[in-house]
Design a protein. Structure first.
Length: 175
């Protein structure tokens, strides 16, 4: 869920998409599943049948001609930077090295027309990072696409799940 504050809700409304469809919530709301360390969002479960065999996890991954692949991991990294105000803390939260988190941020910053993350060097005054307006916008659009896929694809996914063999064992619960 995007939890970046009141100013960003106004931006989301400007995009013309209902807040709930974009996965927006207020800062004071709890994280979706705090017991799941490192996860910024819940799995997208599309099946409405209640059958555990027909309840796959859905992942949205966008492949751009510029070479960037943007999916849940990068979206979650942007969310963690927004929440924590630091690339280092976001990386720790997602159980990745600072170097890996920084490399992903650099990849996104150089691929998009405007940087998504603005960072300040550490030191005695501390450093920090924040999403730019474009970063919040990109994250909101990605979450809106997830919501559209979740809502519009439910019937199709149920049909696909209905075509599966009944002998498939459900995945044991994690945690």
């Amino acid at each position: 869920m995007l939890r970046c504050g009141r100013k960003h809700f106004r931006k989301a409304r400007h995009l013309g998409v209902p807040l709930a469809a974009m996965g927006l919530q207020s800062r004071v709301a709890p994280v979706a599943n705090p017991a799941k360390a490192g996860a910024m969002t819940q799995d997208i479960r599309l099946s409405t049948s209640g059958d555990p065999l027909a309840n796959p996890r859905l992942s949205l991954r966008l492949h751009f001609d510029q070479g960037l692949t943007f999916g849940r991991g990068k979206a979650d990294l942007l969310q963690a930077i927004c929440d924590d105000g630091s690339i280092s803390a976001a990386g720790r939260r997602m159980r990745m090295s600072y170097r890996r988190a920084w490399a992903l941020v650099e990849e996104m910053n150089t691929t998009f027309a405007e940087p998504l993350v603005d960072s300040a060097r550490g030191g005695s005054g501390g450093g920090g990072a924040a999403l730019t307006d474009k970063g919040r916008e990109v994250l909101a659009h990605y979450r809106a696409l997830e919501a559209l896929l979740r809502e519009a694809g439910a019937d199709h996914l149920d049909a696909l799940c209905g075509a599966l063999r009944a002998t498939v064992e459900p995945e044991p619960p994690k945690g």
